[in-house]
Structure formats: C-alpha cells, structure tokens
Design a protein around this ligand. Sequence first.
Ligand SMILES: Nc1nc2c(ncn2[C@@H]2O[C@H](COP(=O)(O)OP(=O)(O)O)[C@@H](O)[C@H]2O)c(=O)[nH]1
Ligand SMILES: [Mg+2]
Length: 323
Amino acid sequence: MSLRGLSPAQVLARALEGDRHATGRLLTLIERGGEGADEVASLTHPMAKGAHVIGITGPPGAGKSTLVGQLIKEAVRHGARPAVLAVDPSSPLSGGAILGDRIRMDDPESDCFIRSIATRGHSGGLALAVPGVVRVFDACGFGPIIIETVGVGQVEVDITAAADTTVVVMNPGTGDAVQANKAGLLEVADIFVVNKADRPGANEVRGDLQIMLDLSHMTGREDHWGRRPPVVMLKSLEGTGFGELWNEIQTHIEFLGIGSERERRRHLRQRAEVEARIEQIVHQSVQQVLDSQEGGRVLERLRKLQDSPASAAKELARLLLGS
Ligand SMILES: Nc1nc2c(ncn2[C@@H]2O[C@H](COP(=O)(O)OP(=O)(O)O)[C@@H](O)[C@H]2O)c(=O)[nH]1
Ligand SMILES: [Mg+2]
C-alpha cells in the first residue's frame, strides 16, 4: 500500500504494524531533518521500549560491517529482532549480501532492519539523526540496535560512547591498539574485539591491549565494569567467535542493569542530543543576526575600521540575546 499523502503519525501507525516501507519512510524523515524529523521524534519518544544499543567502532577496514553481519545472525538465533544503523557507508551493509537464509527479511516476527546513513561531513546533523533513528527502531520493536561507526573522529567516538555497550574493533599487525589508545577509544570500550584473528599477530594485539588496560588501571582509572574489559577474538569472515561476543554483550547488559550505569548512559545520551539541538538553534540565530540590517550596519563599521571585531561581536551578541 502506498504511503503517499499520509501524515507522520499515520506512517508510524503502519510501521508499528510491521510495515517495513513505513519504517523506512520514518527513517528518511529523520535523515532529512527539519520539522518532519522533529514530528517523528516527538511521536516516537514516548514509545521507547528501551532496546539495548550496541556501538561498534574501529578503523576503516577493520571488518566492522562483516562483524555486524554475523552479529545480526547471532542475535536472530537468540530470537532477537536486531536493527542496524551504519554510519560508515564506505563499506555498505546490504541485506542480501550478508544475511544468510536463516533470516527472512519479509517475516515481521523474525526480521531485522538495516539502514545506512551518510555522514556528509556535518557533525551536527549526525548528532541529531542518530538518536532519531534509534528512537524509530526502538518504537518499532527492534532490538538490539547496532550502530556501526568509524572510530576516527571525535563525533564518531561520541556517537559510539553514547551506546549502552561499546565494542571497539581492531586487527592484528596494524598497531591498532596503540592508535585506539591515542584516539581515546580505550576509555569508551566495554568490549574489545580482535577481528581477523585468522591472521598472524592476533595474540600479540590481545597482549598489547591487556598490558595497556592494566596500566590504565595502575594509574587509577576505574573502568566501569569493575573488571578489565574482555578481549574477544573473532574471525568475522568465517563467523567464528560470535557465541562468545554475544555472551560478553549479555554479561554487560546484566552489569548495566545492576547499578545505575544504564540510566547514567541514557541520561548522557539525551543530554548530548539536547545540546546538539541547542547548538543548531543558536547557530541559526547567529546567522540571522549577521544577515539582519543591524548586523549589516555593524559589519560595515568593522569594514571601515571604525569598530573592532571583539566589540562588533559583543554588540551583535547583545542583540541576539536581547540584553
Ligand atoms: N582475513 C579476514 N578478513 C576479514 C575478516 N573480517 C573482515 N575481513 C575483510 O576485511 C575487509 C574490510 O571489511 P569491512 O567489514 O568492510 O570493514 P569495515 O570498514 O570495518 O566495515 C573486507 O575485505 C573483509 O572481507 C576476518 O575475520 N578475517
Ligand atoms: Mg563498514
């Protein structure tokens, strides 16, 4: 049935009945931003079911997409309905390519949902779109929700750190452990994966990681597990090691449920989202004030060297803030 002419609320009603096209339409609205996205967000926010959010991060080519493909199968084996948001469109995750015949995309009871989102280099958009997509998946009954991001930039690290469980992926023989340390990924990881364990040097990476993690303990940095984060060896191409990864994720879920850690993470996630929204609003207002008549007058004085940049900025900021 066509979705043409339906309001976001009507599309959501279809999505809740298991209409995958409707779910896709909601995600498109989120991705486009603006009023449509805001409406979808306010409709889906109160419908949160609390799906577990797993962030998968690591350098390009580490095998994240391959891993996610296998993790979906593992999740479905356990009766879950996983959804994936790939913020790394460089190695697209396509249903047909990675999903085995165990997963029937058209079966609303046992399906999974995969969506890629373009980074397009603007961080503000991502900071708003990712939580929006997570909310749609959650409202539609998908879980766990798996987010794949490249762990290179601060934004990507922030997105992943906002997950309930963060998995950092690295490879043998690439100095990944040292790089991850530099990128601040050791602190955000709940679980480490050494992927491509079929290659030489896998045990060395595990050893390097364990030493670095122990050192960080010695300098007094508490990890939130109450133990050293586990290091799981995976061969994602063969699909080996996924039972162990699944178990470690379950152990982490149990851990999150014992204390207030889950609530703390979700609070931080919501706070970051509101922060990004405020920044967007403020950014727009700044452009408006610069484009206004008053803004033009102040910039003209600056051009004629009658004013300094600092006092011009202060004057316009006063205008902006109405003080
Ligand atoms: N040898 C080996 N290659 C792998 C493994 N997992 C993934 N790859 C390969 O690594 C390359 C990058 O994989 P991809 O999943 O696209 O990495 P991503 O950029 O991190 O998402 C592909 O050619 C995969 O086939 C593995 O366990 N062993
Ligand atoms: Mg990828």
